[in-house]
Design a protein around this ligand. Structure first.
Ligand SMILES: [Ca+2]
Length: 417
């Protein structure tokens, strides 16, 4: 009997030790992410349906509907607009395709090398601010290497800028690279601001609960939004020398504790951000267990992760610091969604003017937050999985649906598309 007990004890120690090894060591955590997080697959829904307001009947509403622009292929993550009638759409799986916005016709362009497990892949695109006279396409993608993968932001020359898919895409030159400790929470957005600087979003590097405490670590780019000056590459080269400079007005240039590229910090996974006319950023920061959040803030702001998840303490569970941390302008609980996709600012006249339009990737709920009053209206829940919001060349909001559709979000104003 005592022998049986001893064997049981040894088995228990081995099992518990094994679980601990998985949870508390970096290779174990990487394995867990690889085993249980195999990316995202959704059935195509080309009928978004009428909006449902279930669960939010008391919230103010703005009437919109979704009109199809084009079927763009599975897993779109971002789009840029080289001309007023043409989109280049990126897919998580590495493909770049051209989409005619007038007729919806699709032209394949090229496929970039990426790793795609979990949240990795081709995640962001941007055009040089002087496009098309400076015909450089900026790409944020994940490649093999590093601990789980490498994030690469690079510049690639477009041979035929007014008709990209009829010409070559250059091999490109790396602007910067970041080692990803785990396959999830990779960020991915790149966007030029009205200040002509390139802003780059990185998540906390993943697993869960930010085991590296990256959000509050000023010495890593993980859990941050960066801001760099890519200058004016000459006609013959993709990048300047050095590839980027630190803008002298970056918030931490005089603080040696910080990486000088850092523009905003305390973020878990800033899956999409945009710029407001008053200079603030609007960031969708994906939550951990309980809350998704929309943040408005300025250069240098600390958005709280992992002290705070949304509007509550995360670590420590109670009595977490709040001083100097910027609170969200809008949060929503698990009953309404599980993964925020940050949105775009609407400048065009209509009921959405002056709002940031955003949504939840998993449930297809859409909202609009007034950037002056911070009041949030619901646009309803649709049968879509919004992976990105984009400003269309005519100023309307475009919604990339991960099942494979680019939608136009129509404001419902008579005489408007
Ligand atoms: Ca926060």
């Amino acid at each position: 009997m005592r022998r049986a007990l001893r064997i049981l004890l040894v088995v228990a120690v081995v099992v518990i030790g094994g679980i601990d090894l998985l949870l508390w060591t970096d290779p174990g955590r990487r394995l867990l992410v690889r085993w249980f997080d195999d990316g995202y697959a959704f059935a195509a829904t080309n009928q978004p349906g009428p909006p449902s307001f279930e669960g939010e009947v008391d919230r103010p509403r703005i009437a919109i509907d979704l009109q199809i622009i084009a079927a763009v292929g599975a897993q779109p993550t971002d789009a840029v607009f080289p001309t007023p009638t043409l989109a280049v759409v990126a897919r998580k799986t590495g493909e770049l395709v051209c989409v005619d916005l007038t007729h919806g016709a699709l032209t394949p362009w090229t496929t970039l090398e990426v790793v795609t497990n979990s949240e990795l892949g081709l995640l962001g695109l941007a055009l040089h601010p002087d496009w098309p006279s400076t015909p450089l396409l900026y790409v944020h993608r994940n490649i093999a290497g590093g601990r789980a993968a490498m994030s690469v932001v690079e510049a690639r020359r477009v041979a035929s800028p007014l008709s990209p898919c009829s010409g070559a895409l250059g091999d490109g030159t790396s602007l910067l690279q970041l080692d990803q400790p785990y396959a999830n929470h990779d960020g991915g957005q790149i966007r030029f601001g009205p200040d002509r600087m390139l802003w780059i979003g990185f998540g906390d590097g993943g697993f869960r609960g930010d085991p590296l405490n990256a959000g509050q670590d000023p010495t890593t780019w993980l859990g941050k939004i960066l801001r760099v000056d890519i200058g004016m590459p000459s006609a013959g080269s993709d990048v300047t020398d050095p590839p980027y400079r630190i803008p002298p007005d970056n918030p931490f240039v005089a603080d040696s504790r910080f990486k000088p590229e850092i523009a905003a910090w305390g973020l878990r996974n800033p899956w999409r951000f945009d710029f407001l006319p008053d200079g603030r950023l609007a960031i969708g920061d994906v939550g951990q267990n309980l809350v998704e959040e929309l943040d408005f803030g300025r250069l240098g702001d600390n958005f709280g992760w992992r002290f705070r998840e949304g509007d509550r303490c995360y670590d420590p569970e109670s009595g977490c610091p709040t001083e100097g941390l910027v609170e969200p302008v809008f949060t929503y609980p698990r009953s309404l969604g599980t993964s925020i996709t940050g949105g775009v600012y609407v400048a065009r006249a209509g009921p959405l003017a002056g709002h940031v339009v955003f949504g939840d990737f998993a449930t297809g709920r859409l909202w609009a937050t007034d950037t002056t009053t911070h009041a949030t209206s619901t646009l309803g829940k649709f049968k879509i999985h919004p992976s990105a919001f984009v400003t269309l060349p005519d100023g309307d909001v475009g919604v990339l649906d991960f099942t494979g559709t680019l939608w136009r979000l129509s404001s419902g104003v008579p005489g408007r598309p």
